[in-house]
Design a protein around this ligand. Structure first.
Ligand SMILES: Nc1nc2c(ncn2[C@@H]2O[C@H](COP(=O)(O)OP(=O)(O)OP(=O)(O)O)[C@@H](O)[C@H]2O)c(=O)[nH]1
Ligand SMILES: [Mg+2]
Length: 311
């Protein structure tokens, strides 16, 4: 018998080693159930977490592609900052997110600190099994979409663009295979500082991205465009032409995370337009090839495609 915790309070005693009281067990169960009711934590989704949202709609994955430092993570931080501050997409409205804590962390990096400094997000980790998917639910009328932005490390995408089968580029391969659309970043500051070398790196990555696109839309985004006027005109126009050849009529945007005015086109308007453009492209009806591709065989029955097909 415990002197301090008499009657039914004995399981509260620090020396008690027997089974817990029904009340304590019931309370523990209740709090366990609470955590089990929420399968997400607010942190970035990992590929296995996609199942959390895939039951209600087929999620669209938007892959962020670009060289190291190109501005991929900052783009996402600014996207959330704008939405959080009530600046809206034109046709889509915010309907929730399972990764709010992750978005918040990105947005905090863009907040102006005392002394006017902005401490940008650290480079995205480059280990091949690192995944960082940011979730948004969006609505347009009766249409509901779960969108996952797949952030990536530029270092890994560099490896992938040199050799898609590189053993250290597993997450870049995953993003390329699973994404429904891409944001392709062209870093103005890299073009100012590394000129031709940066241009070659960008073209190599663009060609690799275009190699097996299968009609998936790409938004070409000149990032850090607050300095675009410093990019040599010949480099800019040659790269522009090359990217048009590679991606066809993909839409081109200029974005910046530094606003010069309020509102600022590069910062406040163009950032949201990139996402809006991809969402609209993804919702366009696509032609479906209804004639099955059957290997030619000697069998007349299997070779028959209907009387309207001329060989
Ligand atoms: N001038 C300018 N610099 C920017 C802008 N946005 C970001 N930067 C700078 O670019 C750096 C890289 O930005 P990130 O968004 O981290 O680039 P990233 O593509 O995610 O880089 P990795 O994760 O390493 O692949 C930041 O640390 C800033 O110094 C911008 O709008 N203008
Ligand atoms: Mg990053």
């Amino acid at each position: 018998m415990c002197i301090e915790h008499g009657n039914n309070d004995h399981p509260m005693c620090e020396h008690w080693s027997g089974p817990q009281s029904n009340q304590v067990v019931a309370e523990q169960k209740k709090s366990n159930n609470k955590t089990q009711q929420l399968p997400w934590t607010g942190e970035p989704f990992q590929p296995a977490d996609i199942a959390i949202v895939s039951q209600r709609s087929t999620p669209l994955i938007i892959g962020m592609v670009g060289s190291p430092d190109a501005g991929k993570t900052s783009y996402l931080g600014m996207l959330y900052t704008l939405l959080f501050n009530g600046i809206k997409l034109e046709r889509w409205s915010f309907a929730g997110s399972c990764t709010l804590a992750a978005w918040e962390t990105l947005a905090q990096c863009l907040q102006i600190k005392p002394g006017g400094l902005v401490k940008f997000a650290p480079p995205t980790p480059s280990n091949p099994d690192y995944y960082s998917l940011f979730h948004l639910s969006l609505k347009k009328g009766k249409l509901f979409r779960d969108v996952l932005f797949a952030d990536s490390s530029g270092e890994v995408f560099n490896l992938w663009s040199e050799n898609t089968q590189d053993s250290n580029a597993g997450n870049a391969r995953w993003i390329y295979e699973k994404s429904s659309a891409f944001v392709f970043m062209v870093d103005c500051v890299a073009l100012i500082e590394k000129r031709g070398a940066a241009k070659s790196e960008i073209i190599q990555m663009a060609e690799q991205l275009a190699a097996n696109l299968k009609g998936r839309p790409v938004a070409v985004v000149w990032s850090k465009a607050d300095r675009i006027y410093e990019v040599r005109e010949n480099i800019k126009s040659a790269l522009d032409e090359d990217l048009t050849l590679i991606f066809g009529n993909s839409k081109v945007f200029e974005v910046s995370n530094f606003s010069k005015s309020d509102p600022d086109t590069l910062c406040h308007k163009n950032n949201l337009e990139v996402t809006e453009y991809l969402l609209e492209e993804l919702n366009k009806p696509r032609a479906i090839n209804l004639i099955p591709q059957i290997e030619s065989s000697g069998d007349l029955f299997f070779n028959y495609r209907g009387s309207y097909v001329s060989e």
